[in-house]
Design a protein around this ligand. Structure first.
Ligand code: UTP
Length: 296
């Protein structure tokens, strides 16, 4: 199979974020900040680092803040300039004219449906999918590592991450074939297998490189686990037809759609920061000290 360059990335951001209520009642989950940056910005930067040229957001009602974040903030920028304040913190967020592209998923019918909503913009070329509520920290970033692997093997590549046996019923799970370094052949995929039935404990985190043929399968709108149109089920139908691999990321994943994962991401990233790291570490030390003394 010829390997066409990955130029486009789809960011499905139309989910309801029910696990993070009440924070996500009126605010998009993807605008939650880790330290001082919204999740969506981390994901967009990860894609740009990998050479992605076109950013495609699949949005829904109530997600206007996402669009504003990547636009000019006239009042803010003018006022800051007039007061001689540095704009360094917001430099480079605005994208080139005409980007990002926004399409709407009118109803949250599932991740597969959200990806399919971008079919006209993706067209007939391979593309990446990033779920911004999963924050990936690595050098280079997750998608950059996957693109490098794609340049070797082509076809479809999904992230592959080991989870505890007790967790497999929450995720799309890979049935693994032969492994070679960070790449593992995928022989089957199953979305949210019942406890005790998972073929492995390799789950698919929210990073994908897919061939456009997946859109033709999604077109059938078949419902899977939870009554949703599942991306995993559509991808599974490409196995055996096109190359299909799992890729083990050299880095750390934080599930920021989950409250505990989100707090861990904030702590981990704040910990390493030069500016606030020292005070955060000192506070954590005091917390632990307090617990040892029975006060926390
Ligand atoms: P989640 O499974 O995290 O669902 O979606 P959610 O609705 O965002 O959050 P919870 O579970 O209710 O708390 C994974 C990704 O897929 C997108 C979400 O925005 C998120 O980035 N998604 C999901 C859609 O865009 N549309 C859908 O119909 C479902």
């Amino acid at each position: 199979m010829t390997k066409r360059r990955i130029r486009k990335a789809v960011f499905p951001v139309a989910g309801l974020g029910t696990r993070f209520l009440p924070a996500t009642k009126a605010m998009p989950k993807e605008m939650l900040t880790v330290v001082d940056k919204p999740l969506i910005q981390y994901a967009v930067e990860e894609a740009l680092e990998a050479g992605i040229e076109q950013i495609i957001f699949v949005t829904g009602r109530g997600k206007g803040a996402l669009e504003d974040h990547f636009d000019i903030s006239y009042e803010l920028e003018d006022t800051m300039r007039a007061r001689g304040k540095s704009l360094a913190a917001i430099d480079g967020i605005r994208q080139k004219p005409g980007s990002p592209v926004y399409v709407r998923q009118q109803e949250p019918l599932g991740l597969g449906h959200a990806v399919w909503c971008a079919r006209e913009i993706v067209g007939d070329e391979p593309f990446a999918v990033l779920l911004p509520d999963e924050l990936m920290v690595g050098t280079p970033g997750f998608i950059a590592q996957m693109v490098e692997a794609y340049n070797d093997v082509g076809g479809n590549i999904v992230g592959a991450l080991e989870v505890a046996d007790s967790e497999t019923d929450k995720y799309g799970i890979i049935s693994p074939g032969k492994s070679d370094g960070r790449l593992t052949e995928v022989t089957a995929l199953i979305e949210k297998p019942k406890p005790g039935t998972a073929p492995s404990n390799l789950m698919i985190p929210g990073r994908y490189i897919l061939q456009p043929e997946v859109m033709r399968i999604l077109e059938r709108q078949e419902k899977g686990a939870g009554g949703e149109i599942q991306l995993t089920d559509a991808m599974a139908q490409l196995i055996g037809v096109q190359p299909f691999h799992g890729f083990t990321f050299d880095g750390q994943r934080y599930d920021c759609g989950d409250k505990a994962g989100y707090i861990q991401a904030n702590l981990a990233l704040a910990w390493q920061r030069e500016d606030i790291g020292p005070s955060v570490r000192a506070f954590a030390e005091r917390l632990l000290q307090g617990r040892r003394e029975g006060a926390v």
